[in-house]
Design a binder for this molecule. Structure first.
Ligand code: AMP
Length: 279
C-alpha cells in the first residue's frame, strides 16, 4: 500500500495509475475505521483496478468545535485496516495541505434546508470542499458513500453537477452491528449502558415501518416521536419523512414515490443518525 501524505505524493501516485489506463475507486473517510467503512472498501476493491481511500478529519465540516476535537483518531490502526482491505493508495493529508487554496462556499438550495443541512449550518459546504478536492486529485472513476449519511449522497450528486466532475457516485447500504445499531465512529464514545440502549433507534424505526400501510406519514412521525420520548436517555433532534430524491418533507405518498424517514438523536452526549425506508 502506497501511503501518500501530501497532495504532491498523491498526484504522482495517480499519474502512474492513469498511464496504465486503470480504473480508480475512491472511498473518502474520516478514519476511526469500522465494519461500515469496510463494507464500502470491499465494493471499491472488487469493482475497480485500483482502490484509493482517504483518512482526513475535515475541520471545516464540523460546526461544533468539541465534536471535532473529540472525534476519534487512530492513524496506525486505520492504515492497518486499509492494508487488510486491499487498499492500493491511502491518502492521509494534513489540513494545511488540503486547504492551501481557501475553501469556497457551496450552496445546495432546498437540499440543504432540511435535516443535517438545517441543523448544522455550513456542514455540507465543508463536505463539498473536501470531497470535490478528493475527486479532482484522485481522478477516481467511482466513489463510494454510505446511505447512513443519506442527505450527503444527494448533496454530493448535486456538487458534481455544479462542478462538472465526471464520476460515478455509488450509494452503499447501511452496515449494522448484530443488534441493529448502524456502525459509526461515534459509537465508541457511548458508555456501556448507552451502547445497550442505542439499538432501540433501529428498533423504533423498524416498528414504524410495520405501520406504513395503516398510518399516514404524519401519524408515523407522531408514533416515532412518542417511541423516542418513552426512552428517557434519548433526546430526539429530528425525525422527518422525505422524498428519497428531493429530500423534501412529504405527508402523503404519490404513486411509486420513494419515501425515507431520517432521524438524528442524542444519547449520552453523542449525536447518532439513521434512516428507514417506507417502501
Ligand atoms: P465517515 O468516516 O464517518 O465520514 O464515513 C465515511 C463513509 O463511510 C461515508 O460515506 C459514510 O456514509 C460511510 N459509512 C459510515 N458508517 C457506515 C455504515 N454503518 N454503513 C455504511 N456506510 C457507512
Amino acid at each position: 500500500m502506497n501511503i501518500c501524505r501530501t497532495v504532491e505524493e498523491l498526484n504522482s501516485a495517480i499519474e502512474s495509475v492513469k498511464l496504465q489506463h486503470k480504473t480508480i475507486g475512491l472511498v473518502p473517510t474520516m478514519g476511526a475505521l469500522h465494519d461500515g467503512h469496510k463494507s464500502l472498501f470491499i465494493r471499491a476493491r472488487k469493482e475497480n483496478d485500483v482502490f484509493v481511500s482517504s483518512v482526513f478529519v475535515n475541520p471545516i465540516q464540523f460546526n461544533n468545535k468539541e465534536d471535532f476535537e473529540k472525534y476519534p483518531r487512530d492513524e496506525q490502526k486505520d492504515l492497518a485496516v486499509l492494508e487488510e482491505c486491499g487498499c492500493d493508495i491511502a491518502f492521509v493529508p494534513k489540513a494545511e495541505d488540503v486547504y492551501q487554496q481557501e475553501p469556497k462556499e457551496f450552496h445546495f438550495g432546498k437540499l440543504e434546508e432540511v435535516m443535517e443541512g438545517k441543523q448544522r449550518p455550513g456542514h455540507f459546504s465543508g463536505v463539498a470542499n473536501i470531497v470535490s478536492r478528493l475527486f479532482l486529485w484522485t481522478k477516481a472513476d467511482r466513489a463510494y458513500f454510505g446511505e447512513k449519511d443519506y442527505q450527503q449522497i444527494a448533496i454530493i450528486k448535486d456538487m458534481i453537477r455544479q462542478e462538472n466532475i465526471n464520476i460515478e457516485i455509488v450509494p452503499c447500504p447501511i452496515y449494522r452491528d448484530e443488534d441493529g445499531l448502524a456502525t459509526s465512529s461515534r459509537n465508541q464514545r457511548l458508555s456501556k449502558e448507552a451502547r445497550l440502549i442505542a439499538p432501540k433507534i433501529h428498533q423504533i424505526l423498524e416498528k414504524s415501518f410495520l405501520q406504513k400501510d395503516s398510518l399516514s406519514f404524519n401519524q408515523i412521525t407522531r408514533f416515532v416521536e412518542d417511541e423516542f420520548a418513552k426512552v428517557k436517555e434519548f433526546q430526539l433532534e429530528y425525525f422527518i419523512i422525505v422524498d428519497d430524491t428531493t429530500l423534501q418533507p412529504i405527508h402523503t405518498r404519490e404513486n411509486n414515490q420513494g419515501v425515507v424517514g431520517c432521524v438524528a438523536v442524542w444519547l449520552d452526549g453523542v449525536r447518532l443518525i439513521d434512516i428507514q425506508r417506507y417502501y
